[in-house]
Design a protein around this ligand. Structure first.
Ligand code: UD1
Length: 420
């Protein structure tokens, strides 16, 4: 297992290129199963989650080729069974259910378990499939969906914690090949849902309203091949914005869509940092320590849960008391105990972290627990005194393309120790 060593205290400056979005690439790759024809996807990030998705497509019978950031998939024939051994590594594997159901009218995919950020049900995905006419059974740990006929329906998709991103994606991918009109009410509005809808429309689907709470899908008989470029990763971008804020002088992010970064930019501005944007760049200027904030995670366009851990790292050094409330995954605070090992003063009250800013963090050996929590520990390490050793780096590699190389380019003193 690799480790990352961060020697804190270096100022960051310069320019960093942001990769393609993981959370767009995964469902878009799954959507290539909807056609027999070739699909070409550009700007696909080189991440372990993407490798798992390509393995699943390969297992299902698709021909998959990858040349740097471009992936070509041709799923002339597909099987419909994705077993535990290949789907267990990644929860997002569940998004092959929708396209297989749409195309083959059946699918068996191992049920995703909970994960360290909490219980992660898929009840809303399954209710959506049922509304389209599918019979859904959970047998031996597998979800089996079967629908001799798929018929458009009005589908409410909102649960206790708001809308569901992959649930919206899954139902949309099944509904594009259903008979008649489907209306998804309470759809997730995230940019990744819009990116998937744009790709489906290039394939010949008729999807309207993606990016709003109501998506309307007119079913078509079949889809064809298409070419698409994945949007920039707004969470990777947000993470580099926080890196710049934590220890920056001036850092410029290139290849981003600033309109996707509004809530993160606003939070950083409120904390006292200067943010400047052009059409495809964002520049963050560090201006000493942050001021304290009250922050709450929400569905898009609110502040993203996937940026919560990184903000906790930043606010650990703020002047005054901050509160960070997690409304999407209430148990997503695994990073808190590790940040405390580095000297942060944080207490948890239900789903709120109360962060009393300290003057200094100190480097320590820490354990990465999930993707974004690991990023938060690297960020804290950049500002800490001494050396931070982040273990279980495979969590970071699921969602950040060469994070250590990119930070090094900006001047960080960071090393990866392989295979320890
Ligand atoms: C996606 C993102 C993840 C992000 C999350 C929230 C991908 C690959 N992952 O995950 O990075 O943190 O959105 O923005 O795109 N829920 C239910 N029933 C369901 C589905 C979800 O109750 O059937 C709940 C979840 O437990 C959670 C909330 O709804 O509390 C939002 O989850 P959801 O949007 O579905 O997350 P994912 O799509 O899995």
């Amino acid at each position: 297992m690799d480790k990352i060593l961060v020697h804190g205290g270096k100022k960051l400056s310069g320019t960093v290129n942001i990769s393609g979005s993981k959370n767009s690439a995964l469902p878009i790759l799954a959507a290539t199963l909807l056609t027999k024809e070739e699909c070409v996807i550009h700007h696909v990030p080189d991440l372990s989650d993407v490798h798992y998705m390509l393995q699943i497509l390969d297992h299902l019978g698709a021909q998959v080729e990858r040349a740097s950031g471009t992936v070509t998939v041709k799923a002339e024939k597909v099987t419909t069974d994705a077993p535990y051994e290949i789907v267990r590594k990644m929860r997002a594997s569940v998004c092959v259910l929708g396209p297989l159901l749409g195309r083959e009218r059946e699918a068996t995919v191992s049920m995703p378990g909970g994960c360290v950020i909490g219980d992660r049900p898929i009840d809303l995905h399954l209710k959506g499939f049922e509304a389209l006419g599918a019979a859904v059974r959970v047998v031996g740990g597998d979800v089996k969906v079967l629908a001799p006929q798929l018929k458009g329906a009005v589908i409410p998709m909102t649960g206790k914690f708001g809308s569901t991103v992959l649930g919206t994606d899954n139902v949309m991918m099944a509904a594009v090949l259903a008979e008649g009109t489907t209306v998804i009410d309470g759809a997730a509005e995230e940019p990744e849902v819009v990116d998937l809808a744009n790709f489906l429309n290039k394939m010949g689907a008729k999807v309207e309203g993606a990016g709003t709470r109501r998506i309307i899908i007119e079913g078509v008989k079949e889809l064809h091949g298409a070419e698409h470029e994945v949007i920039p990763d707004r969470i990777e971008a947000g993470t580099f914005m926080v890196a710049a804020a934590i220890c920056g002088t001036e850092v410029r992010l290139r290849r981003v869509q600033p309109e996707h970064l509004g809530s993160v930019a606003q939070a950083l501005e409120r904390a006292g940092f200067r943010i400047e944007t052009t059409k495809t760049t964002v520049t963050v200027t560090g201006n000493g320590d942050p001021t304290s904030l009250e922050l709450t995670t929400e569905t898009y366009p609110g502040f993203p849960t996937d940026m919560q851990a990184q903000m906790c790292a930043l606010l650990s050094r703020a002047k005054g008391i901050s509160t960070v409330t997690e409304n999407i995954f209430p148990q997503r605070f695994m990073h808190v105990s590790e940040l405390k090992r580095m000297g942060a003063n944080i207490t948890l009250e239900n789903n709120t972290a109360i962060i009393n800013g300290v003057n200094a963090l100190s480097g320590a050996p820490v354990m990465a627990s999930d993707l974004r929590a690991s990023a938060a520990l690297v960020l804290a390490g950049l500002r800490a005194e001494g050396v931070t050793e982040v273990n279980r780096v495979y969590h970071i590699d699921r969602g950040y393309e060469k994070i250590d190389d990119k930070l090094r380019q900006l001047g960080a003193n960071i090393q990866r120790l392989e295979g320890l």
